[in-house]
Every structure is written in C-alpha cells, then in structure tokens.
Design a protein around this ligand. Structure first.
Ligand code: GDP
Length: 593
C-alpha cells in the first residue's frame, strides 16, 4: 500500500532527443514510437499531443533484465520534436522542460559541432543525459540480431567488429572527457551519478533500444525521484508548445503538462502578447489512435489529464498566447500566479559582471547555454538579452571600457536594420553572429587574441629599445650642429629619436636621423654600419672617435622591457639592457624595478 502511494507521486519524466543533424534523432524517436509490441491497453505506447508516452510496462516487456527491478517511475514521455532548438525553447519554471535527454551520436561519424553544442546546453541546464551511439548496424560486416539487447548482439559479432566498436567507444569517451564529462559503456557504469552511460544502438534494427530505455529509467529512478515528485491533485502547470488554429475549434494550445492535473472547466492563466490573460478550459483533446482516425474525429475528448502528458487545450481568447510560455491552473491567489508567469517570462539565470560582453540570443535557454560556456572560458557577460541585436545593444557595447569586450555576440538572432547601419557606417563596432555556440565563441576568441597581440605590439612600438654603438674611425662627416658620424651597431637595435649617453651616464645628444646606403631609415639592426646625425653634440667634446655609446632608457621603459618584453628581445638586446641597468643600479639599486 505504501509502495503504491509512492508510485502515484512520481510523475513521468520528460525526455528530449538532441544531437547533430542526420545522426538519427528522428529515426530513434520513430523506433521508440513503433516498438509497441505490448497488446494490453495499460502497457501500450500512446501518442500524445507533441509527445509520445512509453509506459513502464512497455519497457519491461522489451527488456528481460528489467523484469525483476522494482521501479516507481511510471514511464518516459518523449517530446516529438528533436534537437536543441526545441530543448532550449521549451522551458518550465525558468529551467528546461525536459527532465532528461538522449544525445545521439552516429558511431561512424563521431562528434560533430552540434554534438558538442548539445552537450554544452545540457551542462548549462544541468540536465542528466545518456549518449546513444547509434547506427551500429552500419558498421561494416555487422550481424543483425533484431531488437536484441546490446550485449547479446555484441557477443554475436566477430573479433574485428568488436575491436572496432571498442576503439570507437574509447574515442567518444576521450572526446567527452576533454569536455569534462566522465563516461562509460552503460554495462560498465558503476555509479550513474559519476559516469554518463553510453548505449550503442540501432534505430533501424532495434538493437540496444531496450537498454537505452532501461538506462533512462534507471537514471530517473536513482537521481531524479525528488525533482519528479509532485502532487497529482495540484493545479496543472504546463508549457505551451504551439498555438494552432483547428477546424471547428478555433485557436488551440498544444501543451506539455509537467505538473498537477488539468481538467475541463479549470481556470487557467497564460502569457499573451497583451500580458497575462485568464481563461477557462473548454475542452481537452488527445490524438485518436491511427486506425480510428479514418472514421471519427481526429481528437478524442478527455475530462482531465495528469502530468506528464501532452494535450491540446481549447478555450476562449487563445489567439495571442505566446508559444513557449507557461500555462498555470488557478486555485487561490490569482495575483501570485500572474506574478509568477510574468517572472518566468523575464527570468534569465545568468551571472552578469561589469567588465564583459553584450550577448543576444533567440531563446532564454540558448542565452543561458552561451553564458555558461563563456563563463567556462572565463569570459564575462555584461548584458544578456533575448531578441535581435538593436542599436541600444551596440551603444551599450560601446560604453564598455575594456576594448577586448567592446563587441556583441549574437546567437541565432539577426541584426535590426538600424544596428546593421551602425556597423556598416562606423566599422568600429564588431558583431559576431553564429548558429553554433562553440563556433561563435571561437570566432570571438580568435579576434580577441589578434586584438591583444596588436595592442601589445603597439605598446612595444612606443618603447625605446636598447642599443650599443661605436663611433668608427675616419667617419666623422660633420663636426657639430648636428654631428654626423659613422657608427657600428654593436648590440641591440638602433632607432631614431633617442638620446645617446656614455655608460657612466654623461649625455651625448639626440639621435635625429639614421642613414643607410644614402637612404634615411627608421632603424638599424645589430651589426649594421650606418651614419647618424646627433643634435647637441660636438665631436671632440661630448663624444669622440672610438667611443662606445648607449641609447638612454627612461626608467618607465625599462620596467616594461624587463617585465613584459624580455622574451621578445634578441640576446644582444638583452645583453645591452643588462649592461645599461647594472650601470644605473650601481648608484640606485632599485632603479627601474
Ligand atoms: P536526424 O536529422 O538526426 O533526425 O536524423 P534521421 O533520423 O533523419 O536520420 C538520418 C539518416 O540516417 C536517415 O537516412 C536514416 O534512415 C539514417 N539512420 C538513422 N538511424 C539509423 C540506424 O540506426 N541505422 C542505419 N543504418 N541508418 C540510420
């Protein structure tokens, strides 16, 4: 008795299938939908609105190993639309609507951009998941054992295939580990809290499908019992999948109910384009089984539905309801419910910092995932909002102090025309657009590193570089005003517009120009012989033939040279710097430190 009371309290977990395009998401869902081998009414897989319910009896019937395990999870509700767009758009109480996920990876193709993105999104939402390594029947030479559990079919394969499978498996484990996920093949997982299970399957032959469903049930059973606990009698809470016009019914809502019970006659609140609205459920509709559709109405009317399920809601005033928004059954405090809906529509769970980027995305879920990934890379976010990139976003980005953050990252969202004009006209504001999170971040990082290097270079440009020169014999071309002499650059790099001194600190004059083979140059490399013009010096007074002179280095420049530029300097330049600073530090030990 106590056990059955517990059963009633855990609701069906909602599952979403993610993965790279063409890796087999739809085929997997089709396979699950089609694997209704159970004849009993209670155990049949049923089509809901926008979702498919696989009851626990159906899973038990498929998997012999599960017969004995006591299970309280009533089944799995698969959202019919696969992909991360559906996952991030469909939300419940500020988080993802799906309680769990399957990430589909084609065994022959391995990880692809959208695989990585799916994993990033799931990490961002802290959603538990299982990896389905699919299309195993495509492995060359595979011997199909229809609908068999994976270990049975694996034992039938020859050594070469088994080895190939292991290699592929460990490649995937390695890739996941690079991303910070600990994974193992499902039958080797000891602790589902620490390891993510990988289940090899085929959507075409049904191999491994029972294992996959069983692992999902196990995951829900052990780690989600609390979050799946609900009050069956509570008011219905759901998420609107779509607003649809139905012949004879007017505008209707396709809803996934994730908590409580929704009944005909219930008062409900919804988010519409005009704010929160209140209306009354006129009818609740479920799809009719395929074979009955030909003779009767497409939908079957029901009096009430219990979470989790997908249902069509008909009620007055639904035409301006926003897809993806919450539906709440109203009991008691109406204002509290309305406030909750308003908050849910605005809430974004991201940490904002003062020194960071401006980011925009098409959905709250995507925005959160993008933020999470930026945070992992230690890139701050200053403003995060849903919607297209506006003029206002660019102006906000413009005010950011750090030049490396003066950009906008736009994920899956366009630029409004006035914003596009600003970008085109000023050419100063940079907007990064993309449809794959990690590619978008990589593009930004590439730009940021280029900028960083350019900024460093510019800083170095203005720093005086050390050099040591010797006035060569028979090369005094002009005694003074300015003195023009031939010199050899002994070490370092000689540039124009520097002051020259003796090692003991005596001033010589200002090096105005350098001439190499009768041409004015800006700098002369180590070992070269050039003629230079020194203002303020007279040969025979401040300097003489054979003298060794140094470029005078201001203390501020020495700090930058020693602390930031040392690795960029040649050995010769470093030697001159050392000679110059030791001379200075004889008098003042902490000079330039
Ligand atoms: P989606 O884009 O991820 O939904 O991928 P689909 O389910 O549409 O599958 C893409 C292609 O792979 C289709 O041609 C499928 O028939 C094929 N496919 C999917 N799963 C399997 C499988 O398990 N085995 C084989 N051999 N082909 C598969």
């Amino acid at each position: 008795m106590a056990k059955s009371a517990k059963i009633a309290k855990i609701r069906t977990p909602i599952v979403c299938v993610l993965g790279h395009v063409d890796h087999g998401k739809t085929s997997l869902l089709d396979r699950i939908r089609g694997s209704s081998v159970v004849s009993s009414e209670a155990g049949a897989i049923t089509q809901h609105i926008g979702a498919t319910l696989v009851p626990i009896e159906a899973i038990r019937a498929m998997s012999t190993s599960m017969q004995k395990i006591p299970v309280t999870v009533p089944g799995l509700l698969f959202i019919d639309t696969p992909g991360h767009h559906a996952f991030t758009t469909l939300r419940a109480r500020g988080g993802a609507l799906a309680d769990m996920a399957i990430v589909v990876v084609d065994i022959n193709e391995g990880f692809q951009p959208q695989t990585i993105e799916a994993l990033q999104i799931l990490r961002g939402c802290k959603t538990p998941f299982v990896v389905a390594l699919t299309k195993i029947d495509r492995v060359h030479g595979w011997r199909v054992v229809e609908n068999a559990p994976f270990l049975t079919t694996f034992a039938q394969q020859n050594e070469r295939i088994q080895e190939f499978m292991e290699t592929r498996h460990y490649e995937i484990v390695g890739k996941l580990s690079d991303l910070g996920f600990n994974c193992e093949r499902f039958d080797r997982v000891q602790d589902f809290a620490r390891n993510i299970a990988i289940v090899p399957i085929s959507a075409h032959t049904g191999e491994g499908i029972a294992d996959l469903l069983m692992v999902m049930i196990g995951l829900a059973q052990r780690y989600m019992e609390q979050s799946l606990a609900m009050s069956v009698d509570g008011p219905g809470c759901g998420t609107v999948l779509e607003v649809k016009e139905e012949r004879g019914l007017g505008p209707t809502l396709d809803v996934i109910l994730y908590d409580g019970t929704l009944s005909v006659g219930d008062e409900i609140m919804l988010a519409s384009e005009d704010g929160v609205i209140t209306t009354k459920v006129r009818s609740l509709l479920k799809p009719r089984p395929m074979k009955e559709i030909l003779t009767e109405e497409r939908f079957e009317r029901v009096k009430s539905v219990v979470a989790a399920s997908g249902v069509k809601v008909a009620a007055p005033n639904l035409d301006r309801v926003i897809a993806g928004s919450p539906l709440r059954g109203v009991r008691g405090d109406r204002e509290a419910v309305a406030t909750q809906i308003r908050q849910e529509m605005e809430e974004i769970h991201v940490k904002l910092v003062e020194d960071g980027l401006v980011i925009k995305a098409d959905t709250i879920g995507a925005l959160e995932a993008l933020c999470q990934e930026l945070e992992n890379k230690e890139i701050g976010v200053m403003r995060a909002a849903v919607g297209p990139v506006s003029r206002h976003d660019l102006i906000t980005a413009e005010t950011i102090k750090n030049p490396l953050y003066k950009v906008v990252l736009a994920f899956n969202t366009p630029l409004l025309p006035d914003a596009a004009d600003i970008v085109k006209e000023t050419k100063q504001m940079k907007v990064f657009s993309g449809r794959v999170i990690y590619q978008l971040i990589d593009a930004y990082l590439l730009w940021r590193d280029q900028q960083k290097r350019a900024m460093e270079q510019q800083k170095f440009e203005n720093i005086i570089i050390p050099a040591k020169i010797r006035i060569m014999p028979n090369c005094v071309f002009h005694q003074s005003n300015p003195a023009v002499v031939g010199v050899q650059v002994m070490e370092g790099k000689l540039r124009t517009d520097v002051n020259l001194v003796h090692l003991d600190g005596r001033k010589v004059g200002h090096l105005k120009t350098i001439e190499l083979s009768l041409e004015n140059v800006h700098e002369a490399e180590e070992g070269s012989e050039v003629s230079i013009a020194i203002e303020g010096a007279t040969i025979g007074r401040q300097a003489d033939v054979g003298d060794i002179l140094f470029v005078d280095l201001p203390e501020r420049h020495v700090k930058v040279l020693e602390k930031e530029m040392l690795s960029h300097l040649t050995a010769g330049t470093q030697a001159v710097l050392e000679e110059f600073t030791s001379m200075k530090r004889k008098v003042e030990p902490f000079w330039g430190k």
